[in-house]
Design a protein around this ligand. Structure first.
Ligand code: F6R
Length: 608
């Protein structure tokens, strides 16, 4: 969702900005723009639609300078038109502003500015910030400090002013901003992936920080003007991990990176010498553990599916009851929060607005707060006291794949860690640790399925406007996740359902050739699910089955079997989701769709 890049240095700024914006494209956007300080003026170029349109404009109307801002906008206030694209400027054309987030006092500010005779040229809340900065007095920093109390809501803003051609000022409340410290240049961005190719030395701005970024240094102050020291961190992500590396799409690359991502995540948590989990990351004190009676897992989208799997893992291994909530529901439903509760915010980006709000609610209610997160330094990371970092590396494809499977591994590790700390460990723990260590190999085997095997599945799914994904038990969330993957990137409707519920309504959908994807469990519920599939077949629908082992017993109920290696049932979801990711990918490719940047979606949902 919206991307920001700002640059002050010695290089021509337009290629730097376009390059940064290209690296932010994955976040999802519908217009783009940039502002360059050129010869005592602020020059702005904007274009609706894809970045290529802005590049075309930059080619036709070249801008030159070494200081500037760029933005990709995901429309909130106002349609995705050129007029509403960022940067927005003040009436005098002196100040240019890019902005991620939403101003909640938009209507009041707009009315006030209009009453004061200001002719607004866009529908955006961002223009209001530019106008307020333009109307204030003093340096850009002084103007920002004077304007901050007027802004209510969520914002990450970066601004330039023509009278200060060596300065970029950045400030935030909500959406993230990170400053990159380069060699003879400094940058600011909404996301580290925009900086990685120029520097790995960064400092993360806190809410309420204002950073004055110049070529020779960066100064951070608080809203009252007092100095703030922010630690410089060196990121261990390398730029190559945010490139396609020979794959046709980021999503395909990221699907194939899962064995390594899981290996790295497992290595980060396991104490192999004693066949246990290293609980340091969770960091709960003995008295906190003694008080712990229950857990709430809060998340959105794919991360919520991980939470559903986590409930099975944690309840089975610790005996503690777990509730799973959509963060957007949790924050408004008055959950029962207390100091006997551990709330875990599961979020790949660490910036999802609803998840952060749910976590804040839990913290304010006195619960212990943990996060499973793929982004060190993100808002969720800084909010939680206990943190488990997933080692997926940058995930660029909008449809989450490797972030999801590493979340599952983190959840199992968390369950094992809690189990040990609660004194419940037994021989099963060492077995699960060994399984975790074998898991990357199982994933490699699952990914080695001959792509030709997917052809029939791809044909059936792409030829039908609807499909049903069925699962049971710990594999039911995998059915939900498979359906979500298909919806997101192929725009075909798919519904995930617990197989036992099919009779209670969705069975009415079944007819000749209707595709039903089943994630078939081992154990007692296998026969139950096979019974459900017989009912599907009896109505002429087509069955695609993902199963552990060779699936010989499915031959009479399935049109296509996608076999995956058999692992411990608690880890089977990690393996079973892979064919569903690949299936969704192949359907989207077959339909000629933009796999990495599906329509309307944003990688990081920083607004409610
Ligand atoms: C789906 C997907 C989204 C995210 C959701 C939460 O492929 O990526 O459903 O899972 O927006 O995002 P995070 O995990 O960053 O909080």
């Amino acid at each position: 969702m919206c991307g920001i890049i700002g640059y002050v240095g010695g290089d021509e700024v337009v290629p730097v900005l376009l390059d940064g914006l290209r690296r932010l494209e994955y976040r999802g956007y519908d217009s783009a723009g940039m502002a360059v300080l050129e010869g005592g003026a602020v020059r702005v170029l904007r274009a609706a639609g894809k970045l290529a349109n802005l590049e075309q404009r930059a080619y036709q109307e070249p801008l030159h300078g070494t200081v500037g801002l760029g933005h990709t906008r995901w429309a909130t206030h106002g349609a995705p038109t050129e007029a509403n694209a960022h940067p927005q400027t003040d009436a005098a054309g002196s100040v240019a502003v890019v902005h991620n987030g939403i101003l909640e006092n938009y209507a009041a500010l707009r009315a006030e500015l209009a009453a004061a005779g200001c002719r607004l040229r866009s529908d955006t809340d961002t223009e209001l910030i530019a106008q307020l900065l333009g109307a204030a007095a003093g340096s850009l920093l002084e103007r920002v400090l004077a304007t901050l109390p007027r802004l209510v809501g969520q914002y990450a803003v970066v601004a330039v002013r023509r009278e200060e051609p060596d300065t970029v000022v950045a400030f935030r409340n909500g959406p993230p901003l990170v400053v990159g410290l380069g060699d003879g240049e400094n940058l600011v961005a909404s996301d580290v992936t925009a900086l990685l190719h120029r520097t790995r030395r960064v400092l993360f701005l806190e809410n309420g920080d204002v950073a004055v970024v110049r070529r020779d240094g960066v100064r951070v102050v608080r809203g009252d003007g007092s100095a703030a020291a922010r630690p410089v961190e060196v990121l261990d992500w390398d730029a190559a991990r945010a490139e396609k590396g020979g794959y046709r799409h980021f999503m395909l690359k990221e699907i194939h990176e899962q064995p390594d991502a899981i290996r790295n995540t497992v290595l980060a948590y396991l104490d192999t010498a004693r066949h246990g989990v290293n609980l340091e990351g969770l960091g709960l004190a003995p008295d906190e553990l003694a008080r712990l009676r229950r857990l709430h897992l809060v998340a959105c989208g794919t991360s919520w599916h991980a939470a559903l799997v986590g409930k099975f893992m944690i309840e089975e291994l610790t005996g503690l009851p777990v509730e799973v909530d959509y963060a957007s529901e949790y924050r408004y439903r008055r959950p029962l929060i207390g100091d006997d509760l551990l709330v875990v915010g599961i979020t790949q980006s660490g910036e999802t607005a609803d998840t952060l709000a749910a976590m804040e609610l839990a913290r304010d209610g006195g619960a212990q707060l943990a996060t499973i997160c793929n982004s060190r330094g993100s808002s969720a990371w800084r909010l939680a006291r206990s943190r488990l970092l997933t080692q997926a590396g940058p995930e660029i494809g909008v449809a989450s794949t490797k972030a999801f499977t590493t979340q599952l591994v983190a959840l199992l590790s968390m369950a094992l860690g809690l189990r040990e700390a609660l004194g419940r460990a037994d021989h099963r723990d060492a077995e699960l640790v060994a399984e975790l260590q074998r898991l990357p190999l199982a994933l490699e085997q699952a990914l080695a399925i001959d792509p030709a095997r997917y052809e029939l599945g791809c044909e059936l799914l792409s030829g039908s406007a609807d499909s049903l994904y069925l699962g049971r038990g710990i594999l039911y969330p995998i059915a939900l996740e498979g359906a979500l993957k298909l919806k997101e990137i192929s725009y075909l409707h798919a519904e995930g359902y617990p197989a036992g519920e099919m009779k209670h309504g969705p069975i009415a959908l079944l007819q000749e050739g209707f595709p039903v994807v089943a994630v078939v469990p081992d154990g007692p519920s296998r026969d139950k699910l096979l019974g459900n599939l017989m009912e599907v077949r009896a109505r002429g629908a087509a069955v695609l089955a993902v199963t552990a082992g060779d699936g010989a017993d499915l031959a009479h109920v399935a049109d296509l079997v996608l076999p995956v290696p058999r692992v411990d049932p608690l880890l089977q979801p990690v393996v079973a989701v892979l064919p569903l990711q690949l299936l969704a990918y192949q359907v989207a490719v077959a339909l000629g769709l933009d796999v990495d940047q599906p329509r309307n979606l944003a990688k990081s949902v920083t607004v409610e």
